[in-house]
Design a protein around this ligand. Sequence first.
Ligand code: FPP
Length: 250
Amino acid sequence: MQSNDFNTGDRSIPRHVAIIMDGNGRWAQKRGMPRVMGHRRGAQAVRRTVEAAVALGIKVITLFAFSSENWKRPALEVSALMQLFARALDKEVPLLKDNGVKLRVIGNLNAFPLKLQERIQRAQELTSGGERLILNVAANYGGRWDIVQAAKKLSKMVLEGSLTPDLIDEKLFASVLAEPLDVDLLIRTGGEKRISNFLMWQSSYSELYFSDTLWPDFDRQDLEEALNFFSGRERRFGMISSQLKDNDKC
Ligand code: FPP
């Protein structure tokens, strides 16, 4: 198991940061506003976070925008979230492109209206040249779904004869997941301490950071606090402390 993070001066920056953006509804309710206002302000926090991620040198950021379980919410909230997502795609894509951000939407997209699927496709094509940051937006995503779809892809390859089962190892399995890169730092805002079926495979060795900040209030300073926490962690990947120090000397 290799560490993904790299050192910039006195702080090691995680290569892949994943965020469970929780607390939009409570943010709005605390202010006597409808929940959808919390999601709107949440979209502004997405923009701030992406800008900060580019500036801080993070290479991949995966945001949990809509889980496979979120369909169970009131229909009005689901459709407001869809609209917000579609509008954000149209509005933000030129800015993403100009800033070298490659957008990928990961999840079971077949469940979305065809028009939205086309918009997603267009946005991905327009930003495909981005080399500074990969922005994964997880939509209708579930960690278990991801593992199942990966297993299906490999099974098909076996059935077609392009793969034999004994060649399946962790590296090959990861390569057919929606996002192959391990998560170094997993952040959840909003005070809850759960992973909620997010990147189950990819977060096997993640450092976990839970913040009480409600997502619409999340800003660069919050992200920096999470990075400082990450920087102070000793990532042992199953080894013991002295072995890591020996590795450093090599
Ligand atoms: C969780 O808060 C948040 C969501 C389910 C949706 C996240 C969506 C956005 C931030 C908006 C737009 C996203 C993009 C990528 C443009 P919650 O509603 O569960 O909050 P609660 O726990 O306080 O009820």
